[in-house]
Design a protein around this ligand. Structure first.
Ligand code: AMP
Length: 390
């Protein structure tokens, strides 16, 4: 069943429900509003970033089934910008005839790191070696097989690296297990990667799959700092990444956009690190640099509209504006005048009231042109500062 195949009405706009009103929800809502849709958001924070765009914000937890049902009653279809959405509640909603995209079944596979990796391995999609671990004895056994370092990962509720603990030696095993005490964990072999790369890929209900260019990601302390589009990789590696992404989409059910993060190993092998069933930070560059943004592509996918292959119109660098390590609370950004004087630079501020260490406050996209003087990440970082509001 699909919605509004040939109708785009102003008197009866399409009503989109989004679980999560963070920056992804905001940018999704901006694209939806551009196409005159009505947007209702569910978020625990009434002043969430998407609140300045959405028609309505329902205040409530992502896991609150009653609030999810309340959202569903106001819209034609429900999507989500965060893996923490309650997959069981969404499944119940789908059973009752409400359109939910991507499929809650897919969400429940992806939101647990162990289930996700197991699913990929069963579908013959390359991933780093991993093992579910219950206790110290099992961790010891797997560590002796993988060698150090090794990553202990919490299976659920972990994102932006917050659910990872790097175990460097035998003596750190106990500390790592205590760090995640009471949570389900898996152990993953450390990949000595040359690069981290990713690809945004979407499928609509009619089964059409289209993907964005492969990009290169630079993380600092497990948080994405910079994306370079396109990735500086060979055609062979690009082909491997696209093949893995397409095979992943063919295995997973449902429509929507997915961010697929991968490691490029020392021998040019490509392994999937993680799948996000939603727009992704590493796809933000597409707003300015591609013929279709990742957010519009997601909307097209879930409404079953056509999705031609997005074109990269300009090389680009995206850099996140992260909260400094020593600052919490109200803040302002300085250096804006100098940054906006640089050609090809666009700034996005999410509108989060407070900063926290490593919090994603906004991002900057630099469009790289052969004709303009070269603007680099360093040019921008020289000026940009997040400072405490007095
Ligand atoms: P995750 O939240 O699991 O995607 O991990 C965040 C970041 O941690 C990744 O982008 C990598 O930089 C690093 N990381 C995760 N898993 C591994 C691994 N198996 N080997 C090496 N680095 C990893």
């Amino acid at each position: 069943m699909t919605l509004y195949k040939d109708k785009f009405s102003v008197t009866e706009p399409i009503r989109l429900g989004i679980i999560g009103g963070g920056q992804l929800g905001k940018m999704l809502a901006m694209e939806a509003k551009r196409m005159f849709m009505k947007v209702v958001i569910l978020d625990p924070t009434i002043n969430c970033p998407a609140s300045c765009i959405a028609d309505k914000v329902i205040e409530g937890s992502f896991s609150d089934e009653q609030k999810i049902n309340e959202l569903a009653q106001e819209v034609d279809l429900v999507t989500y910008e965060i893996e923490l959405a309650n997959a069981t509640a969404l499944n119940n909603l789908e059973q009752s005839g409400v359109q939910v995209h991507p499929s809650p079944k897919t969400l429940s596979i992806i939101q647990n790191k162990f289930r996700q990796k197991k699913f990929l391995r069963e579908n013959k999609i390359d991933v780093p070696d991993f093992e579910f671990v219950l206790n110290e004895e099992q961790v010891n056994k797997v560590c002796s097989e993988y060698g150090f370092p090794v990553l202990l990962k919490a299976c659920e509720n972990s994102y932006d690296g917050r659910g990872n603990y790097l175990i460097r030696s035998q003596s750190e095993i106990k500390i790592a297990l205590e760090y995640f005490s009471g949570r389900e964990c898996m152990l993953e072999k450390f990949v000595n990667f040359k690069k981290e790369i990713s690809i945004m890929i979407a499928r609509n209900a009619s089964g059409c799959i289209s993907y964005f260019p492969v990009v290169e990601n630079i993380h600092e302390e497990h948080i994405l700092k910079t994306t370079i589009a396109p990735a500086r990789i060979s055609k062979v590696v690009e082909g491997k990444a696209i093949d893995l992404a397409v095979r992943t989409m063919e295995s997973l059910k449902g429509s929507g956009i997915f961010g697929i993060e991968m490691f490029l190993g020392e021998d040019d092998e490509v392994l999937i690190n993680e799948i996000a069933p939603r727009p992704h930070n590493s796809g933000h560059y597409s707003i300015e640099a591609c013929s279709i943004s990742q957010f519009e592509q997601h909307i097209r996918a879930i409404l079953d509209y056509p999705m031609p292959q997005p074109r990269l119109e300009s090389k680009a660098v995206m850099m996140n504006i992260l909260g400094p390590p020593d600052l919490s609370g109200p803040y302002f950004l300085s250096g804006i005048r100098e940054i906006l004087a640089l050609p090809g630079v666009r700034i996005h501020l999410y509108g989060k009231a407070d900063t926290k260490p490593k919090r994603k406050l906004g991002h900057i996209t630099i469009l790289i042109s052969d004709n303009d003087p070269l603007v680099t990440k360093d040019n921008v970082e020289k000026y940009l500062m997040v400072q405490a509001a007095i």
